[in-house]
Design a protein around this ligand. Structure first.
Ligand code: PLP
Length: 446
């Protein structure tokens, strides 16, 4: 247990460190003390079931001894090697990661996180194609650095504008709220309409000016938006037709979260680049990567890539990455995500059947969310697009009080537990959610 009191920890942390995405006086951090498996404890000794894997990143659960040991061993052997060095751990991670990548995505540029991976993917796409525009989508988050923030479609972009030039936003395949979806439409029909809309955008932008279509394969923070079957395949065809690169940001959706190693595997689509981070080390150390396909890696055989980072391929991060990948393989973490994910889909459906405030539920693997509404017919959200609501605040507070750490944002409650969760543990968490939704049910009108 820490030597400071819980109050001291919070007060001193707040005094000197700056919190992200917040007015500083409004933050109320949990003094986190330790984590093990799907749980973490605060400095008071209170236990929380981590239903959001912290920031959708602690995929193999907290405190895994094999990863911790690997980090310690690496520290004893070689703590740092500059980015121009080769090292055993760097040799090993490439091989371990290449084994689980789709298609010909076998070469990796290592960064420290997701935003940096996306920045470098933008740079490579522009250099490779000689074009400058990037098509991204409104319901997306790609990171908080300048380029990644410009790609980001959600409202966090507004305060950071103007960003980099040449980014155009289009709409997501968001069945529940899309103007292009009508009750009863098949996936194929809905996918076709979404793709036609993208083709239309391309016609007006000039496809020959577009370097890349840059998407979250499955949208994360902005509400677990799963593309209808045919969408990813169609996007791949559009990109092929126009010589545009398809870049999939799987910082959140990758590494087992959706029940496959990468979300694109659900549709057997191979993008030109995949960016990743979070689950790559289960967040035990900071690490991101851009995976590039053969034609891009061939391009760089005799051309200089003008980009670099002091901590690119940092041995400590890579050691955590190698150990995490081995844990994932040895323990069939991806299989567990798929199996328990199916149970979670059923539990989400049960919530929808029972609670009038549940407008929609969506999940793929252990990547899920409940979309809350005040009125199922009008789909009026339980909180506005920007800003909170009393009901959503109360919902979050109830869950926290009852030992469930969950992510509530806009009108969504996310269910993204560590991928090691068992059916029994998941059912326990959903019992608390079931009770908690009585709060939002009270706000249902009409
Ligand atoms: C889809 C996606 N891309 C990029 C990022 C940015 O990653 P990082 O915070 O590691 O820079 C995130 C972070 O949540 C993300 O969810």
């Amino acid at each position: 247990m820490p030597s400071m009191s819980p109050d001291e920890i919070v007060a001193l942390t707040k005094k000197h460190s700056f919190f992200s995405w917040s007015a500083q006086d409004s933050v109320n951090p949990i003094p986190m003390a330790k984590g093990k498996g799907i749980y973490f404890w605060d400095a008071h000794g209170k236990r929380y079931l981590d239903l959001n894997s912290q920031l959708m990143c602690v995929n193999i659960g907290h405190g895994n001894e094999r990863v911790i040991e690997a980090i310690k061993k690496q520290a004893d052997e070689l703590v740092y090697a500059g980015p121009s060095m080769a090292s055993e751990v760097r040799a090993t991670i490439g091989k371990e990661l290449a084994e689980v990548m789709p298609g010909d995505l076998k070469k990796f540029f290592f960064t420290l996180g997701g935003a940096e991976a996306n920045e470098n993917a933008i740079k490579m796409a522009r250099h490779f194609t000689g074009r400058h525009k990037i098509i991204a989508r409104y319901r997306s988050y790609h990171g908080a650095t300048s380029g990644a923030m410009t790609l980001t479609g959600d409202h966090r972009r507004w305060a950071n504008e103007p960003g980099i030039p040449g980014v155009i936003h289009t709409f997501d395949p968001y069945k529940y709220r899309s103007q292009l979806y009508q009750e009863g439409d098949s996936d194929q029909v809905f996918a076709r309409r979404c793709l036609d809309q993208i083709e239309e955008v391309l016609m007006y932008e000039g496809p020959h000016t577009v370097a890349a279509i840059f998407i979250e394969t499955v949208t994360g923070t902005n509400g677990i938006i799963i593309p209808p079957d045919g969408y990813m395949q169609g996007l791949r065809e559009i990109c092929n037709k126009h010589g545009i690169l398809l870049i999939c940001d799987e910082v959140m959706a990758g590494l087992g979260r959706t029940g496959e190693w990468f979300a694109v595997d659900h549709w057997k689509v191979v993008p030109d680049m995949i960016t990743m981070a979070k689950g790559l080390t289960s967040a035990y150390m900071p690490l991101g990567a851009v995976a590039i396909n053969e034609k891009i890696s061939d391009f760089y055989k005799d051309k200089v890539f003008y980009g670099g980072l002091t901590y690119s391929a940092h041995p400590m991060s890579l050691a955590a990455g190698v150990a995490t990948l081995r844990v994932m393989k040895d323990d069939d973490i991806v299989g567990n995500s798929k199996r328990v994910g199916k149970i979670m889909a059923g539990l989400l459906d049960d919530l929808k059947a029972e609670h009038p405030s549940v407008g929609d539920v969506r999940s793929i693997g252990l990547f899920g969310c409940v979309e809350l509404v005040k009125n199922r017919k009008t789909k009026e959200p339980m909180a506005p697009y920007v800003g909170a609501s009393a009901e959503m605040n109360k919902l979050g507070a109830y869950l926290k009080e009852n030992g469930i750490y969950a992510f509530t944002w806009r009108n969504m409650l996310h269910t993204n537990p560590p991928l090691i969760i068992t059916e029994k543990e998941l059912r326990e968490a959903f019992e608390v959610i079931n009770k908690a939704l009585e709060i939002t049910d009270k706000a249902v009108g009409g």
